[in-house]
Design a protein around this ligand. Sequence first.
Ligand SMILES: Cc1ncc(C[n+]2csc(CCOP(=O)(O)OP(=O)(O)O)c2C)c(N)n1
Length: 514
Amino acid sequence: MNGAQSLVQTLVNCGVRVCFSNPGTSEMHFVAALDSAPGMRAVLCLFEGVATGAADGYGRIAGTPAATLLHLGPGLANGLANLHNARRASTPIVNVVGDHATYHLQYDALLTSDIVGFARPVSSWVHESKSAQTVAGDAARAVQAACAAPGGVATLILPADTAWNEAERPMQKLPELGPAPVSAQAVDDVAKLLGNGKKTAILLRGAALRGAGLEAAGRVQAKSGARLLCDTFAPHLEQGAGRVAVERIPYFAEQIVAFLQGIEQIVLVGAKPPVSFFAYPGKPSWCAPEGCRFSHLALPHEDGAGALAALADALGAPPQATARQPLALPSLPKGALNMITAAQVIAALTPENVIFAEEAATSSLPLLAALPRARPNTHLALTGGSIGDGMPMAVGAAIAAPDRKVICPHGDGGAAYTMQALWTMAREKLDVTVVVYANRSYAILNVELARVGAIGAGPKALSMLDLHNPEMNWVKIAEGLGVEASRATTSEEFASQYESAMKTKGPRLIELMT
Ligand SMILES: Cc1ncc(C[n+]2csc(CCOP(=O)(O)OP(=O)(O)O)c2C)c(N)n1
């Protein structure tokens, strides 16, 4: 076998089942090797930001890494923004980047670049293979590194000759690294804190926001009365009727300050202290009340879910959470279509167990308020603030969970970054409904323009935030990329189109004229 075949078979042996790729000449042997391993699904993406965002969505849902296959430094650079989002979400990804053959690098041919330099800031692990005979071992180490708690981007750079030269054999999976158990001392310390009578919030992230972790958090709340919080852009949250309710921290600094007012201590479970997204003149960056004490129950690489269960036991909490979200579906709206009526339609008509790969920006507010009281659902947010991850994440989530419908509410501005994702949805026949809020604006930036105190903005400045000239036609864009699409101008039209999308499988796009 050659190095490329040893790579693909090793990835399969280590549990990697899909490769989101956009290859070039230096990766041709890796492409050829895809057929040598039946366990590997190969998904072509027309832009590297789609490949890396798809790997982000896949890893968040599957909990195991997808691989990417990117073309040297420039291909990686095109995918960096969504690797940044993935890093912020602690998503496991095996990020495979081809390079020139080792002996070719000395000539500084056109595509030569500092791949390690590009990769380093978004990667928890970076390695360049030097020989075909080490590729399999390096691949097994890359999977181990990607999965090491809390998860990260492991970048494996493979020169072309490591692909075509002879290798020995594929490798098997290496032992998993983490999450590390939380010490009894840490559990004890937090149990004492929760008994000190102070107003407490518990800020949850990672495994603490789903399944057994969320249930354990609900038990702790039942006994202690502490508020349960999650970050504004939590990577993965299970919410909806029947689930333990978690309050999402709001976006703007002064809203966070008001939201946290009166809290005397915050227990962190895999999370960091809440800060504002941006700095604004005269407004706080650090948003916790003065004197608020922070304690860690679990660091991000530790077993937050297990620690919450141990904490619940230590407190003598009831065996199950006592407070759960009730089902409270809005009635279907009539007339004008706007972000509020759109949220009502989505909350009312979405079946249970869907995944929201959501990047609706300003339009997300009413949706985020409605979904916790809708049927049970999973929410994936834009963790790194780098827009253009929503549709790619939807691709990856749909491949990770083929039995679950994926809904992708998206701002039109962000959607324009990675619209090529629609083509992959069509080609792979993915069960994704994209809802584009066509407000023809970078609406959030119009708000931010005023908030940062930028003065003197005239027509030229405002035109930088406006998407009317020319207007993107999302129905034509989607149809041009192979996805069935329709446009809704009233609440009734949206409800009927959305209902039909919920009843059928396959990719759909609905353009909302909001
Ligand atoms: C990669 C990247 N480039 C630029 C920005 C700055 N930015 C933040 S929001 C935004 C516009 C979002 O527009 P849209 O998706 O239509 O949502 P809306 O604000 O209209 O609700 C831009 C350009 C960013 N966050 N990330």
